[in-house]
Ligand binder design. Sequence first.
Ligand code: SF4
Length: 689
Amino acid sequence: MELKQPAFLPTNRQEMRALGWEVLDVLLVTGDAYVDHPSFGAALLGRLLVARGLRTGIVAQPRWTTPDDVSRMGRPRLFAGVTAGALDSMLAHYTAFRKKRHDDAYTPGGRAGARPNRAVIVYSNLVRQAFPGLVVVLGGIEASLRRITHYDFWSNSLRRSILLDAKADLLVWGMGEVPLVAAARTMLQAEKAGLEPDLTGIPGTAWMGGPEQVPEGQAVIELPSHESLLEDPRLLMQATLASEHHVQRGDVWALQPVSGRTLVLAPPPPPPTSRQLDEVFELPFSRRAHPGYSEAIPAEEMMRWSVNTHRGCGGGCSFCSLALHQGRRVASRSRASVLREVRSLTRMEGWSGSISDVGGPSANMWGARCTLDPSRCTRTSCLFPGVCPGFQVDQSAGVELLREVARQEGVRHVRVASGLRHDLALQDPRALKALTMEFTGGQLKVAPEHISERVLRGMRKPAREVFERFLEEFRRHSEAAGKEQYVIPYLISAFPGCTDQDMRELADWLRRRGWTPRQVQCFIPTPGTVATAMYFTGLDPEGNPIHVARSDAERLRQHGILCPERGRKPIRGEGPVRGPKPQPGGEPGPAGKSGKDRKPQRPDKPDAGREPLRGGAAERARKPDRAGKPKKGRSPERSGRPDRDPRAAERPPGPRRAPDSAKPQAPGRPSGSRPPSGQARKGGRKPPR
Ligand code: SF4
């Protein structure tokens, strides 16, 4: 059935009726506010499902004390898709020291508290309460990274697949377009035939089944069972590396026994072609928050005039969730499609002439491809320890694309706010020169992350010399352009394998250059990554023991080596460590004062274990115990249940929503109500890792 794309997907009965929809085919429940922009997963998938003829509605940030929000548009015909939003809800809510965050870029007013802890589990429960027997499909970063047994930093324990805890029917891991549409088609066909839908075997999904569901002749990765991982936590490294391999190979199945059953993971779908990506990004997004919101949503403001050119990152940094979610294979939009999107921006209300960012997970990977056979690849990164000869990218073509964007009528200014992969940038001096001279808006974000050889190896990041060479080139080109420009280096403290000595080495290096660090993050073990397995097991990927700073005291001490004022007296609050303003050409200088350079993170890029430092006596008191042994006492979260509904006790003043009122409503929550975390930094993405 052909469906007209609505101005916004419906969020209540009244909006459904206005579209002439009596019933929904698919209901999407999300932990983010509803912003109709391709960087917001639920909005993008909703529009795609409508384009495929499926009447799709969105409930954003529903109350979790009652199923009323989830049920307000009635039972959908096919299924409910559930996501925590752009970030894992625990990461969104808690700092590196398990303190509650106070803001959330994906919520009106930027306030914390609009979604529950472990939102995927809580929302699934709500859906089952509202619509018993309805198929529930999990997706988004929280479900994706928790698809097999994983270490959960916030409860300091190994948890089984979230599919089981959410009691859902299917888990979509990775990018959702192909699996979600395939699941919907399967259900439609089953409905026509009057049969129960068989949702097994869809690429990019996981379900509870059995080994017999793997088609004959297909390669299978046998992951250690959940129970064996509980018995021998060191197996987590093996399981995590195997999971990485599962994503990279692209043609293998994976099985994990758990609780007497078997978790089956189909191979991922092939990366989207340019044509497929073009279609998705050119759906008629309004690029605005739903009109029911009365307060600004920080992420909307940050993303509105940005253009996404590609997905995926070949970097494979050990702490980055991206490789496990989007994959290492880069999928790029066509030049024509990017330009069409830019022209459409210039016709939109509120257009000021500036594009805040043109890029993807990394600024300089548009058009990158593997010229070898990625399914036979045994490397864990296309760029580490050196750039693989099979990794081909024409960075000059990327610069030419930027120039074309800048030449479009109505465009006055184009910035590249996505981070640059500096080792790759050195491979094309002409492109680096052009980027530095023409498209760097005074500050360039780069993520060396550390300086110590040993730590960099654990991170799968380029060596110090590579970063130093890059700085020299950047300085040279900035001077040649007569521009005062700075490098903003992102750094991580307390990374697994990092000792006080390594931090001192980094501090000395910075001191010798006259730099005071401004973007230092204490490592957070996010679910599913190799770095998290290192943190938990105390082993490197080769199985060698490493030092791990686990206690808050040691983590703070490592941090304090770079940022002495924080190390002496931990300071609560958001924001990167602030310090001297950089000097031209990459040399930071005298002390800065504001948080002006705090850049909200792009919602399409998951946080990769970095976060602004917070600390305090309470944080120190809540030390994690030894690996695998949950600490007794109060944890930030218990059994998937939210601590409380913040709206009950702390509802701020402001209008409350009346369901199905005549006025357009904020999709899923009263305008002016309050939500969680401030993951974001203003303006643009963090550098690629
Ligand atoms: S062969 Fe090289 S370019 Fe291709 S996936 Fe492997 S590391 Fe990346």
